[in-house]
Ligand binder design. Structure first.
Ligand code: SF4
Length: 365
């Protein structure tokens, strides 16, 4: 078995650590890029959402590099994600690629027994003892938590840094160098050093940057290529950003869903506007919009792929929240045809609007 997996933000570091630690053969997929998108778009149904196309492109590249098994997370929810694996399997078969899929779904959706049966398909490939396997999984869990923490702090502190670019530099070097470690223990040590650096970045307490919440469809907000590296761009503008959804959040949410204790805050805050789960992370998006309007954020940016059913519903609700809470929200839709220049112009116009609002408040207009 030679496993590959789709890129989804920082998950690739944890997946790499698991396979390195367990001694399982794998193909690291290429970073999501234009070539992946073009390749995926060529072989995917035109109306299919962007994550599907980028993933398809990545699989094809990995299969060409020797992968024979694809590991993905799944969803039995009502949106297309529940059909991703079936469709991708069929498309790859038509292209002449005979690969296996292992779909890791929430235990609450497929049952604990089935969940562990799927996990054992992978873990049986390793000759380590159960104890060593569990230790490796725990290390991967710490890795993803550390990386998500470093990223979150870098995005938050970018608005306050004394030397413009410090946070971005630490984050970029951390992510780049992390790929060079093939032993989970060494990677953990390295990440602790990066955490120390971001914790001690020099801040200017006199600064009052704009604070923007990044909300929307989980793939497009976590995978930087699909959102034109929006968080990096906002760092360059000296804006402080925060994103609730992350791979470590997803993992905790999946585990807590067994006890139905997941996302209590988001469910509570979304129930006035969207009391049901409609697939994807629409309910989380609404909950986050409400929560950020009640905290010290100046606005929120919702990002989702063209044709994303749950987020279209969320988008139709957001203007009501915006009006009720006097809270600006910008919706950005991305697909393979999105032009970067127009996308950036909209972000800059939104920042202008937030700055003007801030100035009006300061001058009592
Ligand atoms: S949440 Fe949206 S983008 Fe993601 S799979 Fe579902 S429809 Fe597609």
């Amino acid at each position: 078995m030679k496993i590959t997996f789709p890129h989804l933000g920082n998950t690739c570091y944890a997946a790499k650590a698991v396979f390195d630690g367990l001694g399982i053969d794998y193909v690291l997929p290429p970073q999501s890029n234009k070539k992946c998108l073009e390749l995926g778009s060529l072989y995917s149904p035109e109306e299919m959402c962007l994550p599907f196309k980028i993933m398809m492109g990545g699989y094809i590249e990995s299969i060409r590099n020797g992968a024979d098994t694809v590991l993905i997370t799944g969803s039995c929810g009502p949106c297309r994600f529940g059909e991703y694996c079936e469709l991708q399997m069929n498309l790859l078969k038509k292209l002449g690629y005979n690969v296996n899929f292992i779909v890791l779904d929430k235990p609450s959706a497929i049952g604990k027994e089935e969940f562990f049966r799927r996990i054992s398909k992978i873990s049986n490939e390793s000759s380590l003892s159960i104890n060593q396997k569990l230790k490796t999984l725990y290390k991967a869990y710490r890795i993803i938590n550390l990386l998500d923490y470093i990223e979150k702090e870098a995005h938050k502190k970018a608005g306050y840094e004394a030397n413009l670019g410090d946070c971005k530099k630490i984050l970029r070097n951390c992510k780049k160098e992390a790929f060079s470690y093939n032993e989970p223990d060494k990677l953990l040590e390295f990440l602790k050093l990066c955490k120390n650096k971001i914790d001690n970045v020099k801040l200017d307490k006199e600064k009052h940057p704009l604070k923007i919440a990044i909300i929307g469809e989980i793939y497009t907000i976590i995978e930087p290529f699909s959102n034109f590296y929006i968080e990096d761009k906002l760092m360059d503008y000296g804006v402080s950003t925060s994103r609730h959804l992350s791979p470590s959040w997803w993992f905790k949410d999946a585990m807590l869903s067994i006890l139905k204790l997941n996302s209590i805050d988001l469910r509570f805050n979304s129930r006035k506007y969207l009391p049901y789960y409609i697939g994807g992370h629409a309910r989380e998006c609404i909950g986050e919009a409400v929560m950020s309007s009640h905290s010290d954020f100046d606005g929120a940016i919702q990002i989702f792929p063209l044709g994303c059913m749950p987020e279209i519903v969320a988008k139709s609700i957001l203007p009501k929240i915006s009006k009720d809470e006097n809270f600006p929200i910008l919706s950005l839709i991305v697909d393979e045809m999105t032009g970067e220049a127009g996308y950036i112009t909209r972000i800059e116009a939104f920042i202008d609007l937030l700055e003007r609002r801030e100035n009006n408040v300061l001058h009592g207009c």
